[in-house]
Design a protein around this ligand. Structure first.
Ligand code: SAM
Length: 289
């Protein structure tokens, strides 16, 4: 049987993910909420046992209700708390709204630009995962641009953004160019003095080779760069890596200011702990910041 074009076991109703990294992920489907094929990708929102509502793009899980706050808080508050101030913030990708929600909690942010390739992701997530973006979609500081993140950044004024947060899909998807050295060069140009770029960068164990390559490309552009980690439950990769590159700010030194109230994972302690490099991660130490 096939449900929404997915491979589903007829007896049990397990959804099979489209992973190609040496193991198979099967999700117990409670309810298929939405399925469509946009101009860019296959989009599914489903209710999963234990993990809650989840968004899949091209059959790869992007966010799940159970733990999305860990990823989004650590992607946003680590760089924003390390900066003395953040007036202009650019989000590339992030069409589910979780990163946007966390950015808009900072009152000193004056402008947020969200550059999402696929209008359909925003529309579907606003309808089926409304708690992800919460009220942030209606924030007057927000401008949404439906465009390719790389092309958008190439046209951006130099020295413009205090923070660039790249919340994109993995390499091998429409986000592939966002992991190139040319992209990091463009981002470096668009960052203000003292600014910081952060990007999701898969896992230090399962994708060690990919993360190493990403860090090499960053190092070719940003003298100040590194990696930090947070737990990853729904991606089933143990640790989620974030790479950063900065022009004068060092997020590895810890927070420079207090993050908004109400975070569930981010604290000054979890900020500093994210930069710990135990021996098993020693190969990333040189680029730890
Ligand atoms: N947290 C997720 C993860 O770790 O996989 C990312 C989620 S977010 C939904 C990823 C978004 O990046 C998608 O909505 C996708 O359409 C968008 N995206 C992919 N390539 C892009 C590009 N080149 N420019 C802008 N957005 C892009």
């Amino acid at each position: 049987m096939s449900q929404a074009g997915w491979q589903v076991d007829p007896e049990s109703g397990w959804l099979v993910e489209n992973q190609t990294i040496g193991f198979e992920i099967r999700w117990r489907l409670q309810r298929l909420l939405h399925h469509e094929r946009s101009a860019y990708q296959d989009i599914v929102v489903a209710e999963l046992e234990r993990f809650g509502r989840a968004l899949f793009l091209d059959r790869i899980l992007q966010v799940a209700e159970l733990d999305e706050f860990i990823y989004h808080e650590m992607l946003v508050h680590v760089p924003l708390a390390a900066l003395p101030a953040a007036r202009r913030v650019l989000i590339i990708g992030g069409g589910d709204g979780g990163t946007l929600r966390e950015v808009t909690r900072w009152r000193d942010v004056e402008e947020v630009h969200l550059v999402e390739l696929d209008e359909a992701v925003v529309r579907v997530c606003r309808q089926w995962l409304p708690q992800l973006g919460a009220g942030a979609w209606d924030d007057p500081r927000l401008t949404i641009h439906y465009a390719d993140g790389f092309a958008f950044l190439e046209a951006a004024p130099a020295g413009h953004y205090d923070a660039i947060l790249v919340d994109c899909s993995d390499p091998g998807t429409p986000a592939d160019t966002l992991y190139s050295e040319a992209f990091y060069r463009t981002a470096h140009r668009a960052l203000a003095e003292g600014g910081c770029l952060v990007q999701q960068a898969l896992s230090p164990f399962i994708h060690r080779d990919v993360l190493t390559t990403i860090l090499q490309r960053l190092a070719a552009v940003f003298p100040q760069r590194g990696v930090y980690f947070c737990p990853s439950i729904s991606y089933l990769i143990g640790l989620q890596a974030f790479v950063w590159g900065a022009k004068g700010t060092n997020p590895a030194a810890g927070p420079a200011r207090t993050a908004p109230d109400g975070t569930r994972w981010y604290t000054p302690e979890s900020h500093r702990a994210a930069f710990l490099m135990p021996p098993a991660l020693a190969i990333f130490r040189a680029s730890a910041g």
